[in-house]
Every structure is written in structure tokens, then in C-alpha cells.
Design a binder for this molecule. Structure first.
Ligand SMILES: Cc1cc2nc3c(=O)[nH]c(=O)nc-3n(C[C@H](O)[C@H](O)[C@H](O)COP(=O)(O)O)c2cc1C
Length: 344
């Protein structure tokens, strides 16, 4: 692979869908709704090549549950977009994939990695890696149901004694998936221990479809080195994008041998306001205040006095108060003491 500036950060094709870059926002339940995806886009612009929804239950979608159906909504600016579904029932998976296509998504993604007991107990998520025949049937039904490309996201396996990602990957590719994403941990590991990037690299070597690696891309330097060292065709970034929504743009800057510039205080204040407006526009009520506080807390990290500001943000009782605390801290030099009172 050549390493001219920017060359590792390249457009990627997922079937007929052209991605601007090979950096993908990871699907994250309770996080990557439309408001958050737009916020990441606002921060990183077209450096983020693909947005992926949080996982959506096919049981709810196919029973026309209003809240589940609302989770499929996306803004016209969110392109290209992949909607991830989870479940185990073959017919419902196919019907839900059709609904994703009808909703106008570019890609439908099948979740085979969720470790949550309530998901795996019902045969979905990571459990599908233990039931490859069931997974094959699902993939065939989905393939027959839609004309948009389908992709699959897996883990390295169930546990150390069942690290079967290589077998599952071959089957997924044979059944016509246009891309494979791999979180390099087993189901039993959850989010602990090391992410197995050597396995991701092995999957990439063997596959003829793009392999996207996921796990612990916490900063632009890590992102770039994973790409430069050829571990994957592209990267998914999850928690790193929660902590730093500018991470995609910063990775691109680094790939172009430009300086990585941290977001300014004013940009941080603006991004929080953008997120609030996006939540309002999407009429997103789930954990509204908690999510605003959460982004606020990420935005003050690393600043002197940030710990006390985080406590003040955590104690804010309204969206206005969250915005005010951040603005005062970032732009007016206000500092907060242990009891959240002004000290200077
Ligand atoms: C809060 C949270 C929610 C997640 N929800 C999903 C999900 O809905 N679907 C999915 O495939 N993976 C989900 N994941 C896994 C991530 O997509 C990703 O593979 C994993 O966090 C490792 O990447 P990271 O270290 O960049 O976060 C979730 C992870 C987190 C932290």
C-alpha cells in the first residue's frame, strides 16, 4: 500500500454506494440517533464517510411500533446512511430490511455483535454467530427482499473457545454481503480486554469485500496508524466520536500531514447548541437532558477546571442551564468550585 498523504483515507465502495472516506461512525444504541449523527457531521463534515444508525429491533419495526419506527428517521443531509437492524426471525428480518429500503436508507446492516442478554436470549445479536445456519437463512431472505446493499457487523466470536469470525465472514461474503464490520472482541469480553486487530487484519486479507475494523480508535493517531499498517479497509469509530466529534476531521488532517487542531472554545459552545437544536428538531425526548449534559462534559475534558465544570454541567437542571454553564466556562472564563458555585 502506498502512503502518500491522504492515500490511506480514501473513498470506499459498498456495493453501488460510494463513501467519501473509509471512516465510519459506529452504530451505538442510545447514541447514534439522527441528532447525534448530524452533530458528528457538523463537526467532521465530509471526513465521515458513512453514518450508521443505532440498532433497531425488527420485532418493533414489523409490528409498527411508533417509537421503533421513529428510530429509522434520518435527515436528508445524512448521506450515505446505513440503518442497522437486529433480530432472529427470518421473515421479520427480511420485512424490516424492506422497511429500511422504503425509508430511503442507502444500506441495511445486520447486527451480529450485540452482547446484551435480552438480545442474545432471543437469538439475535452475537447469538447469530453461534447459529450460522439461522444467520445464512436471514441473509438469504434479506438479500431477496431488498435491492440496496446489505452489510453485516460481527464480533470476533462468542468467547475464547469459539472465535469463529473467519468462518462467519466467509459465509457472510458468500451470501452476498457488500461489507463486513468487525468489532475485535468476543461477546463474553463485552468491552473489556484487548481488541484483536490481528484477527481483523486476517479477515481483511481473506475477504474480497471491504472489511471495516472497530475497536478502541480513540484518537486520530490511532486511526491513522491502523489504516497505514493495513489492518482494515476502513475504520468504525464509536466511543472516540462521543468523546471527540471532531475525530474524523482530525484524522483526515493528520492523513494530509496537516496539524491536528483541537476544537476552539467557541466551536465547542456552538456544537452543543447545534446538538440541542438537532434534538429539538428530531423531537427527541429520550434522555434529553442527560445527553446534553453528556456532550457538555466531553467538551470540557482536558481544560483546566474541567472537572469542576463537569460537575456543574451534571447538576444543570435544564437545557438552558447546560448551555449557560458551557458558555460561561468556555467563553467567559468562569470557574466552578466543588459546590458548583462561581469562584472567579
Ligand atoms: C453505548 C454503545 C452502544 C452500542 N450500540 C451498538 C449497536 O447498536 N450496534 C452495534 O453494532 N454495535 C454497538 N456498539 C458497539 C460499537 O459499534 C463498537 O463496535 C464498539 O464500541 C467498539 O468500538 P469503539 O471502541 O470505537 O467504541 C455500541 C457500543 C457502545 C459503547
Amino acid at each position: 500500500m502506498t502512503t502518500t498523504p491522504d492515500s490511506v483515507l480514501r473513498p470506499l465502495r459498498i456495493g453501488p454506494v460510494q463513501l467519501r472516506t473509509n471512516l465510519v461512525l459506529s452504530p451505538m444504541s442510545g447514541v447514534t440517533d439522527s441528532a447525534f449523527r448530524r452533530t458528528v457531521q457538523q463537526a467532521s463534515e465530509d471526513a465521515v464517510g458513512l453514518l450508521v444508525s443505532e440498532f433497531i429491533a425488527v420485532e418493533g419495526l414489523t409490528r409498527a411500533n411508533a417509537k421503533t419506527t421513529a428510530m429509522m428517521r434520518f435527515d436528508a443531509t445524512e448521506r450515505p446512511i446505513s440503518i442497522q437492524i437486529f433480530g432472529a426471525d427470518v421473515e421479520r428480518m427480511a420485512a424490516a430490511a424492506r422497511m429500511v429500503e422504503e425509508a430511503g436508507a442507502d444500506i441495511v446492516d445486520i447486527n451480529c455483535g450485540c452482547p446484551a442478554p435480552k438480545v442474545v436470549r432471543r437469538g439475535g445479536g452475537a447469538q447469530l454467530m453461534r447459529t450460522p445456519d439461522q444467520l445464512r437463512e436471514i441473509l438469504r431472505a434479506v438479500r431477496a427482499a431488498v435491492s440496496i446493499p446489505f452489510t453485516v457487523k460481527i464480533r470476533s466470536g462468542w468467547d475464547d473457545s469459539a472465535r469463529n469470525a473467519l468462518d462467519v465472514a466467509r459465509m457472510v461474503e458468500d451470501e452476498g454481503a457488500a461489507m463486513l464490520a468487525v468489532h475485535g472482541r468476543t461477546r463474553v469480553q463485552l468491552y473489556s480486554g484487548l481488541c484483536d486487530w490481528d484477527l481483523i487484519a486476517e479477515l481483511r486479507r481473506r475477504a474480497s469485500i471491504p472489511v471495516i475494523g472497530s475497536g478502541d480508535i480513540v484518537d486520530p493517531q490511532t486511526a491513522l496508524s491502523r489504516l497505514r499498517e493495513g489492518y482494515a479497509d476502513g475504520l468504525m469509530i464509536g466511543r472516540g466520536a462521543i468523546a471527540n466529534p471532531w475525530i474524523f476531521a482530525q484524522t483526515r488532517a493528520l492523513a494530509r500531514a496537516q496539524a491536528v487542531v483541537a476544537a476552539t472554545p467557541a466551536e465547542r459552545v456552538q456544537l452543543l447548541s447545534f446538538f440541542r437544536r438537532a434534538l429539538d428538531e428530531a423531537k427527541e425526548e429520550r434522555a434529553y437532558l442527560g445527553r446534553l449534559r453528556g456532550l457538555g462534559c466531553c467538551l470540557v475534558k482536558g481544560f483546566a477546571g474541567g472537572a469542576a465544570a463537569r460537575r456543574a454541567l451534571g447538576a444543570a437542571r435544564s437545557a438552558d442551564e447546560v448551555e449557560t454553564v458551557l458558555r460561561q466556562f468556555m467563553l467567559e472564563g468562569r470557574r466552578f468550585d466543588e459546590r458548583f458555585a462561581e469562584v472567579a
